[in-house]
Design a protein around this ligand. Structure first.
Ligand code: HEM
Length: 525
C-alpha cells in the first residue's frame, strides 16, 4: 500500500503543472492593486475581454483569480465548490465581524453550518417565509402610506431602506427599528450600512501586503474600527430593548428569541455541543459591555454577530435593488405601464399587492430578474479562497488564491445575452431567449446571489422582498421625475462598494393611482 502511494505521488510530481491563467503583469510589491480603479468590477470585466474568462492577478502577495463567464463560474462554484467554500482572511472580518465569529466570514465547518441552519429554519425556509408574510405586507403598506404624504420629490432609496430594515428587524428582533419612518436614526443606520459596504468593497492594501498594514494607507482599518464601535452600540441597544420585554411581536418567534432559547444547544467550533451554557448569563454578557475581540474560534455563537450580518447583508442589497428596478421602469414608461396593467388585472385597484399575488405576476417577476441581471447588488459576489491548489479549465489555481466571481460581467456577457445592456424583461418570459433561467444559483449566467455551498443564505427572503416592494411601488403610484429631467436621460451611473449603489440617488414624485382606502388595506378582498 505504501509502495502504491509512493508511485502515485511521484507520478503526481512528475506530471507537468498546468500554466497559471493569463493576466496583466503587476507592479513590484502592490502587484495589480493600483490598476483596479474606482470601479473594479468594470476594470475586471475589461481585463476579461483581453485575457479571457479566467484572469490571474496579483494583489500584493496574494494570487487572485477572476471568473467572468458562466462556465468559469460553474467550474469554481459547482465542480470545485468544496475547495472554494471558505472566505479569505481580511480586515473586515477581523475588525467588524468580531474576528470571524459571524456567518459571512466563518470558516466552512460545523459552526458555519449551525449558524446557517439556524437562520434558514427560522427566517428563510418556506414555512418561515409564510409565517412572516404579514410582516412583509404590513411594512410594504407602511411604505405606500409614507409615500402618500404630500411633499414633492422624495429619495426613493431612503424610504425603501427604512421599510426593509423594519421588515427585517421584526423577524430578527421582534420589533420595528424605525417607527417614525425616515428620520435621524434611520438615516444614521443607513449611513452605517452604506459605509460598511464601502469599506468592505475596498481592496485593502494591508490585506495583501502585510508589511504595509500598519500604514493603513486607505484608512480602511481606522474606518472599520470606528464603524464597529457605532454598530456595537446600536446592536446593544436593540438587544437591550428586546430584553426589556413586551412591545415586540410578542410571540417570541423572532430570531433573537429563538437564538437565546437555543444557545444552550449551540455547536462550537470543534463540533461539540455547549450544553452547559447558561443562556441568561450569556444574554447578560451581551447587555453589559464586554471584550468581544480576541474570542477564540471555539467560543459559542453569539447573537450580536448574526444580527449584524443579517442587517448589513439584508437591508442595502434589497433596498438598492428596488431602487434600481424603479429607476429602470421610470426610464422605460412602456415597461412600467405593462407592469401596472398586469398587477391591476390580478389585484385590482382597491387593495395593495400581497405576498400571495406574486406567483400570478410573471411580468413583474421578469422585471425583477432583469434588475438582478443588470444591477446585481454585490457585483463581485463575496470572495472565496482556494483551500488546496487545483486545476480548473486547463489552468493551475494555486492554494491560497482568492477567487472573485464577476457576477456583474457574467450577466452582461454578449456571448450569452442578446443586447446585454438593454433592460428587456421579455427575455425571461415564455418564448424569450432565457425563459427558464432563474436567479437561484443553478443557471450560472445569472447568479446575483452567488452559487454553491455559500450561496446567499437570505436569497428566498431577498427575492420576495424585492418582488413585493417593486410591485407595491409600481401598482400604488404613478412616477414622475423632477421637472426638467427626462426619463431617457436618467443618470444610471454606478457607485462601487461591496454593494452597487446608484451614484445619483433616484428622486421621483409619486402620485397615488389606487382607491383611497387601498392604502390602508392589503388583504385579499
Ligand atoms: C437583493 C438581495 C440580495 C443579494 C443580491 C445578495 C447577494 C449575496 C451574495 C452574492 C452573497 C455571496 C454568495 C457566495 O459567496 O457565493 C451573499 C451572501 C450572504 N447573504 Fe446575501 N444577498 C441579498 C439579500 C440578503 C438578505 C435579505 C440576507 C439576510 C437577511 C442576506 C444575508 C447573506 C449572508 C448572511 C451571506 C453569507 C452567507 C455565507 O457565507 O454562508 N442576503 N449574498
Amino acid at each position: 500500500h505504501l509502495l502504491l502511494s509512493a508511485v502515485i505521488s511521484s507520478r503526481g510530481r512528475s506530471r507537468r503543472r498546468l500554466p497559471l491563467p493569463p493576466g496583466p503583469k503587476g507592479r513590484p510589491i502592490l502587484g495589480n492593486l493600483l490598476q483596479l480603479g474606482a470601479k473594479p468590477h468594470q476594470t475586471l470585466a475589461a481585463l476579461s475581454r483581453t485575457y479571457g474568462p479566467l484572469v490571474k492577478l496579483r494583489f500584493g502577495r496574494v494570487d487572485v483569480v477572476v471568473a467572468s463567464s458562466a462556465s468559469a463560474a460553474a467550474a469554481f462554484l459547482k465542480t470545485h465548490d468544496a475547495n472554494f467554500s471558505c472566505r479569505p482572511p481580511n480586515s473586515g472580518a477581523e475588525h467588524i465581524a468580531y474576528n470571524y465569529q459571524d456567518l459571512v466570514f466563518a470558516p466552512y465547518g460545523p459552526r458555519w453550518r449551525s449558524l446557517r441552519k439556524l437562520c434558514t429554519v427560522h427566517l428563510f425556509s418556506a414555512k418561515a417565509l409564510d409565517d412572516f408574510r404579514h410582516v412583509r405586507e404590513e411594512e410594504a403598506a407602511a411604505l405606500a402610506r409614507s409615500l402618500l404624504a404630500p411633499g414633492g420629490e422624495m429619495g426613493v432609496g431612503k424610504e425603501v431602506n427604512v421599510c426593509v430594515a423594519n421588515a427585517l428587524a421584526r423577524v430578527v428582533i421582534g420589533r420595528r427599528v424605525f417607527g417614525g419612518g425616515v428620520g435621524r436614526e434611520a438615516e444614521e443606520f443607513r449611513g452605517m450600512v452604506m459605509e460598511m459596504m464601502r469599506l468592505a468593497g475596498v481592496f485593502n492594501v494591508g490585506d495583501f501586503v502585510p508589511g504595509l498594514g500598519w500604514l493603513d494607507p486607505q484608512g480602511v482599518v481606522a474606518g472599520m474600527k470606528r464603524l464597529h464601535r457605532r454598530y456595537d452600540a446600536m446592536l446593544d441597544k436593540m438587544i437591550a430593548e428586546h430584553a426589556a420585554g413586551p412591545g415586540g411581536e410578542g410571540n417570541g418567534a423572532d430570531l433573537l428569541s429563538v437564538m437565546i432559547r437555543s444557545l444552550g444547544e449551540a455547536v462550537d467550533g470543534e463540533g461539540g455541543t455547549i450544553s452547559d451554557v447558561n443562556v441568561k448569563a450569556l444574554l447578560l454578557v451581551v447587555l453589559t459591555s464586554y471584550e468581544r475581540r480576541g474570542r477564540t474560534p471555539s467560543s459559542p455563537i453569539h447573537p450580536v454577530m448574526v444580527l449584524q450580518n443579517l442587517f448589513t447583508a439584508g437591508t442595502d442589497t434589497t433596498a438598492s435593488t428596488v431602487e434600481w428596478a424603479l429607476a429602470e421602469l421610470i426610464r422605460q414608461p412602456r415597461v412600467l405601464t405593462e407592469a401596472q396593467v398586469e398587477i391591476d388585472s390580478v389585484v385590482g385597484r382597491s387593495r395593495l399587492v400581497c405576498d400571495g399575488d406574486l406567483a400570478s405576476l410573471p411580468f413583474l417577476q421578469a422585471v425583477v430578474k432583469e434588475t438582478f441581471r443588470l444591477h446585481p447588488s454585490t457585483p463581485l459576489s463575496l470572495p472565496r479562497i482556494a483551500s488546496e491548489s487545483c486545476d480548473v479549465a486547463g489552468y493551475h489555481i494555486p492554494k491560497g488564491a482568492t477567487l472573485l466571481v464577476n457576477i456583474w460581467a457574467i450577466a452582461r456577457d454578449p456571448e450569452t445575452w442578446l443586447s446585454p445592456l438593454e433592460f428587456r424583461p421579455e427575455r425571461f418570459l415564455p418564448g424569450g431567449e432565457h425563459a427558464c433561467v432563474d436567479v437561484k444559483g443553478t443557471d450560472f449566467e445569472l447568479i446575483p446571489f452567488g452559487a454553491g455551498r455559500r450561496i446567499c443564505v437570505g436569497m428566498s427572503l431577498g427575492i420576495r422582498m424585492v418582488q413585493l416592494l417593486t410591485a407595491t411601488l409600481v401598482h400604488a403610484f404613478d412616477w414622475a421625475l423632477p421637472a426638467g429631467q427626462s426619463p431617457e436621460k436618467l443618470d444610471m451611473e454606478e457607485a462601487y462598494g461591496l454593494t452597487l449603489q446608484k451614484a445619483v440617488p433616484l428622486k421621483a414624485r409619486a402620485t397615488p393611482r389606487l382607491d383611497r382606502q387601498a392604502y390602508g388595506a392589503h388583504s385579499k378582498a
